[in-house]
Design a protein around this ligand. Structure first.
Ligand code: SAH
Ligand code: SF4
Length: 417
């Protein structure tokens, strides 16, 4: 059994070891969510099915789990009635536990989730006129300590398992009532009827896009993120196109090529600074993987083209990275590396104690204009869900906040005496 405990962050930019793919449960049953078809087949064979039935049952169960979203073996109507108890004695179909669900005045929704071993993490759903985007977490906390990011101040981290990652997408489909018909009975308690109003896609789905931009650095949990996204992209699974999925990295260069080759999703890179001293401060990983090497890795990213451009995220922080010179340098760098790029300007979302302020609206406009003039699209991202702390960089679980407050009190008490 692998370690599921939270780890103290060992350094500024060290990865944490991966957790196991199967969550051990007290009742000895195995949670199937997060497992690929061949693994389900192996488990069925190990539990006593002959090869042929293990293969057939794995195919059927896979379809029910990931395509239809059922969470009860009894609902698997093409599996013999007598077989269903055999499955439920040995296996479960898990979902992350919902601790709290919040709804912003702008329609953004945030869920505080808990893993089976008691760690909290978050996911956010952001609907707009043309799409509905789910912002998915890859880790509990983050090891990278970017100075402007609230998640980076969490002191303890563990990688999420493939089941906990794909489970977020499944939970969102549960909550939005978006599984193909006939599978929702057991989910009725969390389906929100208000959501039936909007329709974005031909099949009427609200959840159209996924961004790996929640808590954590996805490329420091590469294997689990890849395995989860493969289930999301599988035509017989959640069946979402890789063109509708974007993975955001703070610049873990050694994993970028594999990301393009083994996952093949759109890439977003958190740049935030164009000078070494500034980026070293904002994204400490820059001390290990510098700007030039990062841009070269972007130029080499498999699958990048003018039709599939790389997004450069740039958080606008007052008097830190927002001058005209910074904007010109950004254009120069992106041109130098001949990158098929678009820039996403993100107004800094404040959080208590960050020590930074957001750039003024005029400054952001001027910056955006210079980048546009340089021939690169540079829209300003509208902050969403600020009232429920769901906006970029605000994710940090309440449990963590509480324990930090407790720690602060303890520190103060210790200092006094
Ligand atoms: N670790 C990955 C993905 C998660 S962060 C990464 O850093 O790319 C997702 C995005 O939110 C990043 O672009 C990050 O820089 C941005 N962000 C973090 N804190 C923010 C804040 N306080 N205001 C605005 N954007 C922030
Ligand atoms: Fe981690 Fe990304 Fe936040 Fe940096 S911005 S601390 S890499 S989640």
């Amino acid at each position: 059994m692998a370690d599921t405990a939270l780890m103290t962050i060992p350094g500024l930019s060290d990865p944490v070891p991966a957790a196991r793919d199967i969550t051990p449960r007290a009742d000895g049953r195995i949670d199937l969510i997060g497992l690929p078809r061949p693994r389900i087949r192996e488990l069925f064979a190990a539990a006593g099915l002959d090869d042929k039935s293990a293969k057939l049952r794995a195919k059927q169960v896979f379809h029910w789990l990931y395509h239809r979203g059922v969470s009860d073996f009894e609902a698997m109507t093409d599996i013999a009635k007598s077989m269903r108890p055999w499955l439920s004695e040995r296996f479960v179909i898990g979902r992350p536990e919902i601790v709290e669900a919040q709804h912003s005045t702008d329609g953004t929704r945030k869920w505080l989730l808990r893993t089976a071993d008691g760690h909290d993490y978050e996911m956010v759903f952001i609907p707009d006129e043309t799409r509905g985007t789910l912002c998915v977490s890859s880790q509990v906390g983050c090891t990278l300590n970017c100075t402007f990011c609230h998640t980076g101040t969490m002191k303890l981290v563990r990688n999420l398992t493939p089941g906990e990652i794909v489970g977020q997408v499944m939970l969102a489909r549960d909550a939005l009532g978006e599984w193909p018909k006939g599978s929702m009975a057991s989910m009725a308690d969390i389906v929100d009827e208000d959501d039936e109003a909007g329709h974005y896609t031909a099949d009427g789905r609200l959840l159209t896009n996924i961004v790996m931009m929640g808590m954590g650095e996805p490329l420091y949990n590469f294997d689990h993120v890849r395995d989860a996204l493969i289930l999301v992209m599988d035509g017989d699974g959640l069946s979402l196109s890789k063109r509708r999925i974007t993975l955001s990295t703070s610049g873990v260069i050694p994993m970028m090529e594999r990301c393009g080759e083994e996952i093949g999703v759109n890439l977003a890179v958190s740049l935030h600074g164009v000078r070494k001293d500034v980026r070293d401060e904002l994204v400490p990983l820059n001390k290990k993987y510098g700007i030039e090497d990062l841009l070269q890795a972007c130029a080499d990213y498999p699958g990048a083209s003018n039709a599939r451009r790389i997004t450069f995220e740039y958080v606008m922080i007052r008097d830190k990275n927002d001058s005209d010179d910074d904007a010109r340098e950004l254009v120069r760098l992106l041109r130098q590396y001949n990158l098929p790029a678009k820039v996403n300007l993100i107004p800094f979302n404040p959080w208590p104690g960050s020590g930074y302020e957001c750039s003024t609206p005029d400054r952001i406009r001027a910056f955006s204009e210079i980048v546009f003039q340089g021939g690169i699209s540079a829209p300003v991202r509208t902050p969403r869900g600020r009232d429920i702390d769901a906006a970029c960089g605000q994710l940090k679980t309440a449990a963590e906040k509480k324990s930090r407050a407790e720690r602060d009190r303890e520190a103060a008490a210790a200092a006094l005496g």
